[in-house]
Ligand binder design. Structure first.
Ligand code: NAP
Length: 286
């Protein structure tokens, strides 16, 4: 029975996350959505209930720029739910042309796109491990192929920051963390927990709409938008990884198929370096 299965989807107040939440509610899963604004998130949960006729739709709130809020959201989930089958780390975004840091002192792109899923996954892993078939899906992007240019001595880009570079780096790091966790789980014999990453496609959502990328890039972003696909199309590979007969782990998917992540910049050492950086940044919240 799907109804007993619980899926938690972050950043599900709009765009790809909301479309995935609707798809999972239609399949009669218990769906817990996350957003950063209480009214908006509650309203979307109600909307999904009405649209799908599934009453098992709930919500959790937290601003995922902040690790203390990620920890709080995880605690709320653990207090309320004794079961988690699927975690979809979808919340993410493209920031502005000026580098910004969170109130906790972390560059905003890496806080939201890398550290928030890292910490949330750590917190919820003990619950996921209890299922016979558990899944973690990290929403990455092909931007890691186009725009990543990491500096391993300056992970948060204090120097030479630009929003596309920070975004590309963050998705590259998310893919590496996916691989790293998959290997760790396999080493521990936890083969029933599969963790994969996904490129959803170029999708017309709120993504980047309010980002100020700077003069020319703002124009290019507007010109490209009519060619983008719908949020429902963007949710397809997420739903496939959540519900399909998946045996792969640590793999990067696009259009329901495993595809290679960019090998540029990859080494086991760099993967470990990013994992260690994440461990260090979230250690006070664990
Ligand atoms: N659209 C694309 O072409 C594309 C391509 C590749 C990858 N992606 C990835 O797909 C994922 C979903 O993006 P989308 O296109 O659906 O964008 P979106 O429409 O902007 O949705 C992003 C979601 O994340 C939430 N969010 C943003 N900042 C947050 C924060 N600080 N704390 C908590 N939640 C926050 C948003 O909530 P609010 O409603 O409060 O803003 C929203 O629910 C992202 O990880 C993105 O990087 C998108």
């Amino acid at each position: 029975m799907n109804q007993e299965k619980v899926v938690f989807i972050t950043g599900a107040t709009g765009g790809i996350g909301k479309a995935a939440a609707i798809a999972m509610a239609q399949r009669q899963y218990t769906v817990v959505i996350h957003g950063r604004n209480k009214e908006r998130t509650a309203a979307v949960a109600e909307e999904i209930k009405k649209l799908t006729g599934n009453r098992q739709v709930d919500y959790i709130v937290g601003d995922f720029f902040l690790m203390r809020e990620v920890k709080k959201a995880a605690t709320s989930f653990l207090n309320k739910y004794k079961r988690l089958d699927i975690l979809i780390n979808n919340a993410g975004g493209l920031m502005n042309k000026e580098r910004a840091v969170t109130a906790e002192g972390i560059e905003t792109t890496i806080a939201l796109n890398v550290l928030a899923p890292f910490l949330l996954t750590k917190q919820l892993l003990p619950l996921l491990q209890q299922r016979e078939d558990a899944r973690i899906i990290n929403v990455a992007s092909n931007a890691h192929k186009l725009n990543a240019r990491p500096d391993f001595n300056d992970i948060e880009l204090h120097k030479h920051y630009n929003p596309l570079r920070a975004y590309g780096n963050s998705k590259l790091f998310l893919i590496w963390n996916t691989q790293h966790l998959a290997a760790q789980l396999s080493q521990q014999g936890l083969h029933h927990v599969r963790v994969n990453s996904v490129h959803p496609g170029a999708i017309a959502t709120n993504f980047g709409v309010t980002s100020n990328l700077g003069g020319l890039m703002n124009v290019v972003a507007k010109l490209l938008r009519p060619f983008f696909k719908t949020p429902e199309q963007g949710a397809e590979t997420l739903t496939f990884l959540a519900t399909g007969d998946i045996h792969l782990t640590g793999t990067y998917f696009e259009k329901n198929k495993p595809v290679g992540a960019s090998p540029k910049y990859y080494s086991k050492r760099n993967e470990q370096l990013i994992w260690d950086y994440c461990e260090q940044q979230v250690k006070q919240w664990k």
